[in-house]
Design a protein around this ligand. Sequence first.
Ligand SMILES: [Zn+2]
Length: 432
Amino acid sequence: MLGQQPRVIRAGCLIDGSGQPAVRNAAVVIENGVITFVGPEDAPEVPAVPDEQQLDARDGTVLPGIIDTHVHLAFNTRKAAAVPEIIEQTQTDDLTLLGGRVIQAAQAALSGGTTTLRDCGAPGFVTLRIRDLIASRFISGPRLLASGMPITTTGGHLWWCGLEADSRDDVIRATRMLIREGVDFIKIMATGGGMTVGTNTAQPQYDADQLAAIVREARRLGTPSEAGRSGRLTTAHSHCAAGHLNCMAAGVDMIEHCSWNTPEGGTRFEPEVAKQFVDHGTYISITLGNTPRDVTTRSPEADLPPRLREQCDIVRQKHDLGVRIVFNSDASAPIKQVEEFPRTVAVVTAHAGLSPEMAVHTITGRSADAIGLDGLIGLLAPGHLADVLVVDGDVSADVAALSNTRWVLRDGVILSDGHGVLATRTTLTPGW
Ligand SMILES: [Zn+2]
């Protein structure tokens, strides 16, 4: 990467990830893997470079690489058809198989336009090992942040990943152990989960005092390697209002899923609780399911499956309240494929009434904020790493174009042409 000539991407449409309106006829200048200029393509800051140092996307859209803040790369979604099968495989597969699966899923996400992944739970520490292999350029892949094993109660949600902790002392010990092993953040199971038989999604697994003990230890110990922020961030899986309230009382940074299951069965959205997310500055993730292939951004409302319609409605309400929503995939829990993420985001945001620029913001700039990597990734802006997605078509006119991947760049290097990962970064020759 040293001493690279400047490179220029010419964009018919450019969405910078901040939520601001798209601009036309723009250019992005990249030097040594970092963005040095974003602006009009005829600006004096845009150097005249030979054709081989330019990417021509004058008929396409240029935006920041997508950040998927919740995945489970070690779970097998490719062949397994049922949850028990996934659990059994995850428990019995050896490290080589698990590692291979993590690499395969990470590279699939990359070829779909995702340049940063945050793995929210896997057995043992396999995701940390793969994270390190990618970071050292031994294999090609997206930037990867990993929590290793989630902290859960005995028999609690994802207990089979291997880290059960019940008392306040237990969870403090678990947090310290995870940080000793090098996790990037702490994932907590604040309520039961649909995937784990015998847990209760409508009841908390931990009280606020136990959650606060985890948050305190995470903040006290260390700085995420790339973020430069004080302390490690915490994120909690929570499916019910009581769980959300415990998380907020404890100062958990982000709530995953944020569904509204009630002890009586069914769901009930509670705007009063949602307003508190705004007061606490808590990030909320909406984990998107696999949207059926025949449902598009232009499908009539009546054709949406009921669950999707309900999800879009809650997204709209939370967004209107000013909640800091982040979309993520939760691939593969249980059967959602990582590369489907951009298409699903497009469908849900279109039906929830979010603008294309806001849709992009939730999976780029705001996601970077949520995971503590703001200032480094998530925006097309000077000083940011050149993680860039180029797609065919005009995303600002039709958000469905988000999934028309043409090129995916990480650190200014093209790693995918939308049909798979091109080469390991170690073997790339000078040029793009
Ligand atoms: Zn999950």
